[in-house]
Ligand binder design. Structure first.
Ligand SMILES: C[S@@+](CC[C@H](N)C(=O)[O-])C[C@H]1O[C@@H](n2cnc3c(N)ncnc32)[C@H](O)[C@@H]1O
Length: 266
């Protein structure tokens, strides 16, 4: 079920980004994402006093919820006392993480990881194949709405229209809940160059084509993050920048930092 929104990219039901997980800079990036989440788990403001349901959208292999460290304890992370084997699982011991990913290969990785960490059955962490641009019937079930938080990590730059995606994520969260975005921070204010005078901010011609053939947004500026989460219907947008740079390849120069943003659903 590849939606028209993803026709230009590699993000479809049969895509398999597995080989990318062998790239050293991606392995390090995944650790950085997990550390960023663990460092900021209190700041996210998710109520720990009761069970929470967290939507891990475009969940991939489970970086947000759990995935084990891809490399062993690199020295540059020793100063930060975090457990890179289970990103948010320990921070939110009462939470259930419900993943959705467009690619069945990623859903399989996510559920395999849940089995390894939690055994069977693993009600606290499970994923299904899906795409909020083209939601299948199962996503109409109550358990796929009213989340306490939805988190989209390093996938907003894959979506055709980030504002539209943020709107769809906000609609899945209860009033008072939180939408969280992690992605590349862009320095220059040119992510959407063809927006002027148009209703819609993001236009496909502003996407960047990578050597693997996929098209992505070249990160998001601080201004974009505030404007896009607000346009998506959220309030009280707040952003933090992860202190350590990303070691991406040359074609990703300018994608050198990670941000984590949170906003409230009114
Ligand atoms: C770079 S990976 C990020 C995975 C994970 N969230 C993380 O932080 O490591 C991007 C993921 O987005 C998924 N994806 C892309 N477009 C999507 C869409 N429209 N709906 C659901 N998943 C999508 C891809 O299959 C892939 O697993």
């Amino acid at each position: 079920m590849a939606s028209a929104h993803n026709a230009a990219g590699h993000d479809h039901i049969d895509s398999d980004p597995g080989p990318l997980y062998q790239e050293p800079w991606i392995r390090k990036l995944l650790q950085q994402i997990q550390i960023c989440l663990q460092m900021n788990s209190d700041w996210l403001g998710i109520d720990l006093s009761r069970p929470q349901r967290i939507l891990d959208y475009a969940c991939g292999n489970g970086t947000v919820s759990s995935v084990r460290s891809a490399t062993t304890n690199p020295s540059h992370f020793r100063a930060i006392a975090v457990d890179t084997s289970k990103a948010l699982l320990p921070a939110f011991p009462k939470a259930t993480f419900q993943g959705i990913d467009i690619a069945t290969s990623q859903v399989r990785r996510y559920n395999d990881e849940a089995t390894k960490l939690l055994g069977e059955p693993h009600h606290r962490m499970f994923a299904i194949q899906g795409d909020l641009y083209d939601p299948q019937a199962v996503l109409n079930e109550a358990r796929w709405s009213g989340f306490d938080a939805s988190i989209i990590s390093f996938a907003l730059h894959h979506t055709k229209d980030p504002v539209d995606m943020l709107t769809r994520l906000r609609q899945r969260v209860r009033s008072g809940g939180t939408v969280v975005v992690l992605d590349f921070l862009r320095q220059s204010p040119d992510t959407a160059q063809h927006a002027e005078g148009k209703d819609q901010k993001y236009h496909a011609e502003d996407m960047v084509k990578l050597t693997q053939g996929m098209k992505i947004w070249p990160g998001f500026t601080m201004q974009d993050i505030h404007a896009d989460m607000t346009s998506g219907g959220c309030v009280n947008v707040d952003v933090k920048v992860f202190p350590e740079p990303v070691e991406g390849p040359e074609e990703l120069q300018g994608y050198g930092r990670i941000f984590i943003a949170k906003a409230t659903v009114p």
